[in-house]
Design a protein around this ligand. Structure first.
Ligand SMILES: [Zn+2]
Length: 261
């Protein structure tokens, strides 16, 4: 039995029997992995507070023959992101990022950039108090790019000009913009979108996640950007149709203050 070390973010946790848990982790070294942690539940449980969703941890684990699981032999907390847990809006945004990775990523498909993007998103949500939804938007744009579906919001895919009219169309199929003066007939599965939303998403897509919070957008355009991003994400990434945390985002829209947009 060989022991393996990894740094990981806890994406999801579920109970297993009376005292154990099965965790979904996204690790730097191995991508998404499932691990069993025995005797980890309850106040007296081993690793109490260490293995909660969103936590950044260091683990040592091993594999048992004929099981599709790894077993944790040691776990240490690196960061629990306390700022995220103090605010329901932050918690929801962080949970959506983790759920996208948990549902969208194949098991044991290593992608170090995805690990760092997720970590940057959690870190940004932990420390910032404004522009919060932009961090999730920026994360989704990076995730799409890593998955091979980089959307081009910058210029019309037909005439090559930056969209300046108020109303444009975006092809979910091609990930491309068609400005108001060009014919959209060549594209299928298009959605109407306002040019300022495209400019906003384009700026987010070419910058780092950590600087996403400084971009300002009003509530209406932000909602339109979210609608487009999630439509595009679900169109191309398998297993995201049933995302549970999105329901919370809908409920939160009426609760979140302007500063958390
Ligand atoms: Zn055009």
């Amino acid at each position: 039995m060989s022991l393996t070390k990894a740094s990981a973010i806890v994406l999801h946790s579920r109970k297993q029997g009376e005292t154990s848990k099965i965790l979904q982790l996204y690790s730097l070294e191995y991508g998404r992995i499932s691990v069993m942690v025995k005797g980890s539940r309850g106040l007296k449980g081993k690793y109490w507070g260490t293995l909660e969703p969103l936590n950044h941890i260091a683990i040592i684990f091993y594999h048992k023959q004929n099981r599709d699981l790894y077993f944790v032999s040691q776990a240490d907390l690196i960061d629990r992101f306390p700022g995220i847990h103090k605010q329901l809006g932050k918690l929801t945004l962080a949970s959506i990022a983790c759920e996208i990775v948990n549902r969208g990523e194949e098991k044991e498909h290593e992608n170090r950039r995805l690990y760092y993007y997720l970590l940057q998103t959690l870190t940004a949500l932990n420390v910032h108090e404004s522009g919060l939804r932009n961090f999730l938007r920026a994360f989704i744009l990076k995730y799409l790019a890593l998955s091979g579906f980089t959307p081009n919001f910058g210029v019309c895919s037909i005439c090559g000009k930056a969209p300046i009219n108020t109303s444009c169309r975006f092809s979910l199929d091609k990930g491309a913009v068609i400005c108001a003066t060009c014919e959209p007939d060549a594209f299928i599965h298009c959605v109407d979108i306002h040019a300022p939303v495209l400019h906003f998403l384009h700026r987010l897509s070419i910058n780092e996640i950590k600087s996403a919070g400084i971009r300002t957008v009003n509530r209406e355009l932000g909602d339109e950007a979210d609608r487009l991003l999630f439509l595009y994400l679900k169109y191309h990434i398998e297993h995201l149709d049933q995302m549970k945390s999105l329901d919370y985002l809908e409920k939160l829209k009426v609760l979140m203050t302007d500063s958390s947009d």
